[in-house]
Design a protein around this ligand. Structure first.
Ligand SMILES: *Cc1c(COP(=O)(O)O)cnc(C)c1O
Length: 359
């Protein structure tokens, strides 16, 4: 029996994808090999990688003047890789601090250049996104970095910062493919796969071509975006199995009808939970309503002494990984693409039942 999995990441995957991967595990399309056993330079695997990239491009309508890279290292490696690739001509980087992931990006960037923090929401425990009108000027910066969905705090940008000619760099690890975006508004979009795409170990980078000419000379070759773009992400061995599973997820998303449909479903799912949270004082949603994430929804029980009983009861109802991140505490429900609305209904039903039993 599969559980209802609310993990923030690594997270649930569509059951259809897991079944297909299981069917193809020992013998992929008559090749007599598992995808894990294939040379990354052989025709079978290069076909898998090309199809994955083409489908990713189609889902996000990625313009031709952007490269797509599938790398290793995770989003945290990118915290170093981004300044290394973008500060070669201008050492000044600008960041907006909206939570734990922004903070990690900022502290790593100091190793490679000058860092200007344009705005921060730390004054209210990272529960909102500072309006751009309140940001310091980004003039003269090599790039402006934002985390458009803070997985831990549950804070999401529902608007796109306008940084003019200064490239906007976005960590979209935990909401990529959850909504439609206009890629052309960004210079770089990146993230780890293990939230809404596939298994851990795969990192995606979408980078505008004109930004490939400004790497610091110290940049490790496997992390030089220009070299990776020229080699179709195969300077080194890419995370082949992760790319294969991501490709199956992209096919699944296209079968569902693409990101317009997924976005509608994600709005509906999140609304179900937020509406309930707003209807009671038994539970508390800490995030400003205009910055609430559709993907990661933290909430608290008014009486935290009941936390353990709440989690025990959830487990008995087949609901797992609802415990909040240790930095925030309380609970967190992650509602990625693969979470069916029925899973959210069951969570809300359980929460209502728990409230009734304790009041
Ligand atoms: C999970 C996450 C990361 C870190 O990913 P790793 O793969 O552990 O490096 C960074 N940013 C955001 C927004 C995340 O959700």
């Amino acid at each position: 029996m599969r559980v209802i999995n609310f993990s923030a990441g690594p997270a649930l995957l569509p059951e259809a994808v897991l079944r297909r991967a299981a069917d193809e595990m020992l013998n992929w399309h008559g090749s007599g090999m598992s995808v894990m056993e294939m040379s990354h330079r052989g025709s079978e695997f290069t076909g898998i990688a090309q199809k994955a990239e083409a489908d990713f491009r189609q889902l996000l309508a990625i313009p031709d003047n952007y490269k797509v890279l599938f790398l290793q290292g995770g989003a945290m490696a990118m915290n170093a890789v981004i300044p290394m690739n973008l500060l070669g001509k201008n050492p000044r980087a600008a960041y907006v601090n909206t939570g734990e992931w922004s903070k990690k990006s900022i502290s790593e960037a100091y190793k490679y250049g000058e860092v200007d923090v344009l705005a921060s929401s730390e004054d209210r425990q990272f529960t909102y996104v500072p309006l751009q009108s309140a940001w310091k000027s980004h003039a003269g910066a090599a790039y402006v970095h934002v985390c458009t969905n803070e997985t831990i705090g549950g804070v999401e940008y529902h608007w796109v910062p306008n940084t003019g000619d200064v490239p906007l760099v976005a960590d979209m690890s935990s909401h990529i493919l959850s909504r439609q975006i206009d890629v052309s508004e960004y210079g770089v979009i990146y993230g780890g796969a293990q939230k809404n795409i596939g298994p851990a170990g795969l990192t995606f980078v979408i980078v505008r071509e004109d930004l490939l000419d400004r790497a610091l000379p110290i940049t490790p070759t496997v992390f030089q975006w220009k070299a990776q773009a020229e080699a179709a992400s195969m300077v080194n061995t890419p995370p082949t199995y992760g790319i294969y599973i991501a490709g199956l997820v992209f096919e699944w998303l296209l079968e569902q009808g693409g990101l317009a449909i997924m976005e509608q479903r994600n709005i509906e799912k999140a609304k179900l939970l937020y509406d309930y949270l707003d209807s009671t004082s038994f539970y508390i949603s800490p995030v400003a309503p205009d910055a609430r994430s559709r993907m990661n929804i933290p909430f608290f029980l008014q009486d935290s002494a009941l936390d353990a009983a709440f989690l025990d009861g959830a487990e008995r109802h087949g609901m797992r990984q609802l415990k909040g991140h240790r930095v925030v505490g309380g609970m967190r429900a992650s509602l990625y693409n693969a979470m069916p609305i029925e899973g959210v209904r069951q969570l809300v039903d359980y929460m209502r039942e728990f409230e009734r039993s304790r009041t």
